[in-house]
Design a protein around this ligand. Structure first.
Ligand code: SF4
Length: 322
């Protein structure tokens, strides 16, 4: 059975694929991990799921030598940077992140020349080369904390202008120099769609990812990463939520909070790259050991330094080992 980029509705076919994946996972001593935005059937079959950093850290703890990373390219790269001894597979070679592609190494070098001596913070949604050229990385969970940890008043932030603007709103004493990158999925949602959803569900709280533009964040009851959203919903007295991020997240929120209701404010809240991985491609990846993502050692070392600096900020605050 070859890879199938289509999503089949045929139950027998799906069951056959699931059995094949389970068999191959054992035979190859592999672990399957999936991002929160992946298709429900991929999240269901995965051993571990979470946001990009949670997953990269999880890879460090697994015993398996082979890790199939159901996500996009920069995530598999980050897993490889943190775990060079493991074989990291990305089931669909073309699964990338348009936002990560908006900043390249030459572009970042040019930007640094305009602001000599100003430290660069890069969002983990970036290539290994960009991470290596930056001073420190951050995620959507710790971005404010990371920027605040720097002694410099001026900070270059790449590539997400929306996350950068959100950080600026929290840290007025800093001057954030923004890059023009953005996540097309979060950017294409209109304010009208949010206002309509709020009208339709007046009791619902609006939870939003900081990759959303300010025009949406201004209406949010909670702003945070996907793991932050999970924690917020779990502890909230509210029973209804309008979810301001990629719609794959609703599957996990609903599974972990069966008594609560979740609404997607727009059918456009969909990341095409995150939906490329199907059960067919996952089986193909396990069977053939493809597509391996490996970062060259000199780049890996530099990128690792930026990631380690970020992890040190997190562990200083929380008192735990990163
Ligand atoms: S949702 Fe946005 S940031 Fe995430 S992978 Fe897709 S394009 Fe990139």
């Amino acid at each position: 059975m070859g890879p199938n980029p289509r999503v089949s509705e045929d139950k027998n076919y799906i069951e056959t694929l699931k059995k094949k994946i389970s068999r191959l996972r054992k035979e190859k001593h592999a672990v399957i991990i999936a991002h929160n935005y992946e298709r429900p059937e991929i999240q269901e079959i995965a051993d571990i799921r979470g946001d990009s950093l949670e997953l990269s850290r999880a890879v460090t703890r697994v015993k398996a030598k082979v890790v199939v990373f159901c996500g996009v390219h920069f995530m598999a790269e980050t897993a490889s940077i943190l775990n060079p001894d493991k074989k990291i597979l990305l089931p669909v070679k073309e699964a990338g992140c348009p936002m990560a592609d908006m900043i390249t190494l030459p572009k970042l070098r040019d930007l640094k020349k305009l602001y000599p001596g100003v430290p660069v913070v890069c969002y983990v949604n970036s290539s290994a080369a960009v991470k290596g050229e930056s001073d420190i990385c951050c995620t959507s969970s710790n971005a404010v904390e990371v920027v605040d940890s720097l002694s410099s008043r001026e900070v270059i932030f790449v590539p997400d202008q929306n996350l950068g603007t959100y950080i600026q709103s929290k840290l007025r004493q800093k001057k954030i120099i923004l890059w023009e990158g953005f996540c097309p999925t979060h950017m294409r949602i209109s304010e009208d769609e949010i206002l309509t959803a709020k009208k339709q569900h007046p009791k619902a709280k609006f939870i939003a990812h900081p990759e959303c533009p300010q025009r949406l964040l201004g209406h949010a009851d909670y702003i945070g990463s996907t793991s932050g959203m999970l924690a917020y919903v779990q502890h909230s007295n509210g029973n209804e939520f309008i979810v301001g991020t990629e719609l794959g997240m609703i599957y996990r929120l609903q599974q972990e909070n069966p008594g609560k209701k979740f609404y997607c404010p727009s059918e456009h809240f969909l990341c095409a790259d995150m939906k490329l991985t199907t059960l067919g491609w996952l089986a193909h990846s396990l069977e053939n050991g493809v597509f391996e993502v490996k970062v060259s050692e000199p780049v890996r070392k530099k990128a690792r330094r930026s990631l380690d600096r970020m992890l040190a900020v997190g562990s200083k605050k929380s008192g735990r080992n990163a």
